[in-house]
Design a protein. Structure first.
Length: 315
């Protein structure tokens, strides 16, 4: 594996924007769906935007800088985690003092996450984009404040060490440490909330975000555009236009993808029958559920579940 310094020098010389295949640099991604890389003295003064074929968590322990996504600029500082979606062109530019940062790479398409307590699962679903199809204008980059960055660093350091180890129990330590990391991440989001990426324009009424949160929370309930518009006191056409402007998705697209996302989590975490799972996620038509699921994941729900079980056995 190339050293971090060489890899970043090569990245800086290449044309932009770029897409990097992280698995070739970190074999642990194939085994665990997870890789951790520590940059205790990361310094980058030029904007070289690139994208990754995985989800990136930038755990910033110390330092200040700017997180740049296209034309958008976000201030970054120690005591925070920025989650960057699949394929999102970005870069983090530091000040002269640099940063102490852990990069956590996740292949969520092909590997299940550790099972978390039920109360934390909806939070994790909102933070981590489990599939590229679920990207919208608000989750391209999610920012979370953390109160005890060193607590996160301890788990990440242990994960990085054990991934290099051939000692008995290394896999179990990686999985357990990662589960603790995710629990701490969800607790931080629960305590402080999380800041989404910017939506275009600044004149979107507050009820549009309220509507989006309602769809996130009550995705399995039946929703009718006329009822949604009536509660907002506007026309159906106005609801549809503003929601699409705000999220980049129609109301129906957003709701269906939220339901499929919930179905994916259930397939990963349980053994419910497919029909029961579809009904629990708001689908009353099994054929329609199977068709939409396959369009998004390129597999039927049954095939998806088998692929996850196979990946778990291989680990």
């Amino acid at each position: 594996m190339k050293s971090k310094l060489i890899l970043y020098k090569q990245m800086a010389k290449l044309p932009r924007p770029l897409v990097y295949t992280i698995e070739s640099q970190f074999p642990s991604l194939r085994r665990y769906g997870l890789a951790v890389d520590h940059f205790p003295h990361y310094r980058n003064f030029k904007n070289h935007q690139h994208s990754l074929d995985v989800v990136l968590l930038s755990v910033i322990l110390r330092g200040r800088g700017r997180h740049i996504l296209g034309e958008e600029i976000y201030e970054e500082k120690g005591g925070s985690i920025a989650v960057t979606h699949y394929g999102q062109k970005h870069d983090i530019v530091t000040d002269r003092a640099g940063m102490d940062v852990y990069n956590v790479y996740l292949d969520l398409r092909h590997h299940p996450l550790p099972v978390l307590p039920e109360s934390l699962r909806p939070i994790l679903s909102a933070i981590l984009p489990i599939h590229p199809q679920f990207q919208h204008q608000l989750n391209r980059r999610v920012w979370i404040r953390i109160d005890e960055p060193r607590r996160f660093a301890v788990n990440l350091m242990r994960i990085e060490q054990e991934m290099e180890s051939t000692a008995p129990g290394a896999l179990e330590i990686v999985q357990h440490s990662f589960q603790i990391f995710l629990i701490d991440l969800c607790r931080a989001a629960q305590r402080h909330g999380f800041a989404p990426s910017l939506a275009p324009g600044d004149t979107i009424p507050a009820w549009v975000e309220t509507l989006r949160q309602e769809l996130d929370r009550d995705f399995a309930a039946p929703h009718d555009l006329h009822s949604l518009a009536r509660r907002a006191g506007v026309s159906v056409a106005y609801v549809c236009r503003l929601f699409k402007t705000y999220t980049g998705k129609t109301v129906i697209e957003y709701l269906v993808e939220r339901r499929i996302q919930a179905a994916i989590w259930k397939l990963r975490e349980g053994n419910d029958k497919i029909i029961s799972l579809a009904l629990a996620c708001g689908f009353n038509d099994l054929a329609y559920f199977n068709r939409v699921f396959k369009r998004i994941t390129a597999m039927t729900p049954s095939q998806y579940r088998r692929s996850l079980r196979k990946a778990s056995r291989e680990n």
